[in-house]
Design a protein around this ligand. Sequence first.
Ligand code: SF4
Length: 308
Amino acid sequence: MALFPHDDYISVTLEFRCNLKCVHCMIEGTMDYLQPQSGQVFEDVLAEQRRNQRWQGIILTGSEITLHKELIPMVEAAKQAGFKHVRIQTHGMHLGQASFCDSLLEAGVDEYFVSVAGDDAESHDRITQVEGAFDKMMAGMRYLDQFDHVTLITNTVVTKLSYALLPALVENLAHLKRLRQMEFWNYWPMTEYDDKNLIPRVADVLPFLEMAAGRAQELGRAVEIKNFPQCLLGEKAHLLDNEQPQLLIDPAFWDQFNRNGFHQCLYREECSSVQCLGLNEAYTAKYGWEKDLVKPIKGGVLIARSFR
Ligand code: SF4
């Protein structure tokens, strides 16, 4: 079972601006036209929570939620509506200001889902294309790590630029006591082709992913892997978890998302995995079907969940 059961959370996209330029950004082509959820939608979520206490937590997200001018009042309103946990999903750069962390903590943000792109300042800043981003993010996580009630979760997008960095990335965060979960999201391009040449071969990623996941577990972290062939993960197959909390987002997002064309696999019919997303359109266009690498899982179904 997931450490943070996805059904316990609702995720609301409220801000589509961002001040990093991550090369792997999955919504960079849509940020200019996707609309954040309206104040009315947010109010409706709070009203539902007040009435039925339906969720444990709310995730405030978008491209970069810390740019939202009303973030603090929104957090306060969520707490007043009865959400036990308020999570922000962030690149972490603004957490470098202790006073900003203090405002978030005081308002009630207890869960911080931080995108870590590389293992050090050189790689993280190169991938996010903003100098100083890593140092600010790390300063923020170090600051938050002092508070017992805080939970840190990291997310790393696995691309050609990052897969070999994963073990060092895990090691370089080993000192964080409140880091409870590390997620590794194998990149999907939101189009039919790998226009940015970021998709790595799964066989190249595998040893680094296994090493990183194993070390994170040794450090006591929960691990979630997304969008990787489940049959390749061996004893770590149970870490594949493509489930997400219910997401309130501009419907136009899904037109773009569906261009990924997940669930492509020569063995889909005979494979019993219901969790695996197979390969996507851009992957097979680039590397083919990996017919000698992936192998259908027979018998036991590992986890019965999928995207959306
Ligand atoms: S055989 Fe295909 S569908 Fe089955 S786990 Fe492997 S990649 Fe996924």
